[in-house]
Design a protein around this ligand. Structure first.
Ligand code: PDD
Length: 295
């Protein structure tokens, strides 16, 4: 049975799935995306991810290619055809196909819709237990990081720079010297007095859906959350550090720029949050959060 992906109304064998060469996603990165985890058959924060997809599209004046209910169906159908229960579902919407031109094409240009589901072993993700080593790099991205576009070359370069140094990932630093986020996840630290710190929501970061779920969990777990900027030095001095995303979930960071964080192992707060997040996704902790559009 071949692996199946979805392109513009068709389920196609993955190796034969193509888009046109004048697709604006290809020519101009004129496209947005979402990654949604499906863990043991539970879609993690699906409402939040689809709310953010709609917001990213509306910020760029691209129409939703199909109704939300249809998209929900397509996600499940791609997974069903691939016989998956654990997957990262990738959804990309581009402005569609048009002659290369900097102005947007006519608004009736049909958007391109692609869905790919990747096998993802959430239970076997070694980094969740062993942690990651990161370095800091300058954040060289554009200024609308709140929109989840496929304009990912700066993040790809940040990640590769870490890999070239034998590390796992990079935390990006703004010109004022504060950490923005990790290449493809939000960055968190736990201070000596056990406060969780993550950067506030502005257009300087992507507001993670997992981050939003952690905000809710913090309230339930009586953890103090401070949404503010922090420096690499403050991160070196932290007792714990971690990143959050749809695929990393809550992954400890055990070393930053060669500085061991805490005792260099996954800390208790990170572990408890991870376990609570998993329980919440699997429906054991009440309703999942919905992401509020707007900044
Ligand atoms: N990345 N910040 C950035 C820059 C990201 O690319 C991501 C997600 C996040 C976390 O968002 P969320 O919790 O909604 O996944 C923060 C996805 C996983 C990716 O590009 O593969």
């Amino acid at each position: 049975m071949p692996r199946i992906s979805y392109v513009n109304g068709h389920y196609v064998p993955h190796n034969h799935a193509t888009i046109q060469i004048e697709d604006r996603g290809f020519l101009m990165a004129d496209a947005v995306y979402e990654v949604i985890g499906c863990i043991h058959g539970h879609m993690a924060d699906e409402t939040g991810h689809l709310d953010r997809l709609e917001r990213s599209l509306s910020e760029l004046q691209i129409a939703m290619p199909v109704e939300r209910e249809t998209l929900r169906f397509l996600m499940r159908e791609v997974m069903r055809r691939n016989r998956q229960k654990n997957a990262a579902i990738y959804i990309q919407v581009t402005r569609g196909v048009a002659k290369r031109d900097f102005k947007f094409p006519s608004p009736d240009t049909p958007p391109t819709l692609v869905l790919i589901s990747y096998d993802f072993d959430f239970d076997g993700n070694a980094a969740v237990k062993n942690g990651m080593k990161v370095k800091t790099v300058p954040d060289i991205r554009w200024q609308r990081r709140d929109i989840k576009t496929v304009l990912l070359l700066p993040q790809s370069m940040a990640k590769q720079s870490a890999v070239n140094d034998g590390l796992d990932d990079s935390w990006m630093v703004d010109p004022e010297g504060f950490i923005t986020e990790c290449s493809a996840s939000n960055a968190w630290i736990v201070t000596k007095d056990k406060k969780l710190v993550t950067r506030g929501v502005t257009s300087e970061i992507l507001r993670g859906i997992t981050r939003t779920a952690i905000e809710k969990l913090c309230k339930e777990m009586n953890l103090v959350l401070e949404e503010r900027s922090f420096t690499p030095q403050e991160a070196y001095d932290a007792v714990e550090a971690f990143t959050s995303s749809a695929t990393a979930l809550i992954t400890p960071v055990i070393e930053i720029d060669g500085h061991k964080i805490g005792d260099g192992k996954r800390g208790d707060i990170c572990k408890n949050l991870y376990e609570e997040y998993r329980a919440y996704v699997e429906g054991l902790r009440g309703k999942q959060v919905s992401w509020e559009a707007g900044l």
